[in-house]
Ligand binder design. Structure first.
Ligand code: NI
Length: 225
């Protein structure tokens, strides 16, 4: 499931992150990929050990924490500390698949179920730079307003189109979901959304309660925590 989550960051948070990134020192993005990715990746990142990356990552994590749509869609168990990248001057990232298991720090590992890109530059600041996700239904393109998030299955092939003018800034990270399977996660999300709508519209309370019970019992069957 590909989902656009609007306005994850407030205008203030976005401005603060942009001020920091516009003055930041960047490093070659190949620092954090394996052999497969290194052949097709041409961008820059904040160094993995940089204090700025940790500081800005906390702002992003706090924003995710208060976003009910992100929670309902990703059902997060663990989130990799957010990274930040910059594409400019023809920079791109060719078709690749994200690594399945990532080191979270110490001995803890994270299985990547959901890939996330938080756009940090407005679409009119750069040409190109679309995120293109290929799944069984074809190719989907995303180029979102600054502060908006796209989530998509980590199992998909995807790429970032060359940036031919300006600079594309983004934060990216992965989620290990309580529900590993994308199809199950999608059904839970759709059910959750429908229950919320029924509740808001004042539907029969007993029926809403029963449906809510079914939602939680499916989550109980399918979640690994
Ligand atoms: Ni990727």
């Amino acid at each position: 499931m590909l989902l656009h989550i609007p306005e994850v960051l407030t205008r203030d948070e976005l401005a603060r992150i942009r001020r920091a990134l516009d003055a930041a020192d960047w490093t070659d993005g190949r620092e954090t990929v394996g052999v497969q990715g290194a052949q097709v990746k041409r961008n820059e990142q904040l160094p993995d050990a940089s204090p700025l990356k940790a500081e800005l990552g906390k702002i992003v994590l706090a924003a995710l924490e208060r976003n009910p749509l992100f929670f309902a869609a990703a059902l997060p168990l663990k989130i990799l500390p957010p990274r930040f990248n910059r594409y400019a001057g023809g920079g791109e990232y060719g078709f690749h698949v994200d690594g399945a298991v990532m080191r979270l720090g110490g001995r803890e590992q994270l299985r990547s179920d959901v890939s996330c890109t938080l756009f940090l530059a407005e679409p009119d600041e750069y040409d190109g730079g679309e995120l293109i996700v290929s799944d069984t239904y074809g190719e989907h393109e995303a180029k979102l307003p600054a502060g908006d998030l796209i989530v998509y299955p980590s199992s998909s092939l995807h790429r970032v189109a060359p940036v031919t003018r300006g600079a594309r800034l983004a934060s990216f990270f992965w989620v290990q979901s309580m529900v590993r399977d994308d199809a199950r996660r999608r059904m839970l999300f759709e059910m959750d959304t429908a229950i919320e709508t029924l509740r808001r519209d004042g539907a029969d309370a007993q029926a809403v309660l029963q449906l809510t019970g079914v939602y939680h019992n499916l989550l109980r069957q399918w979640s690994e925590v």
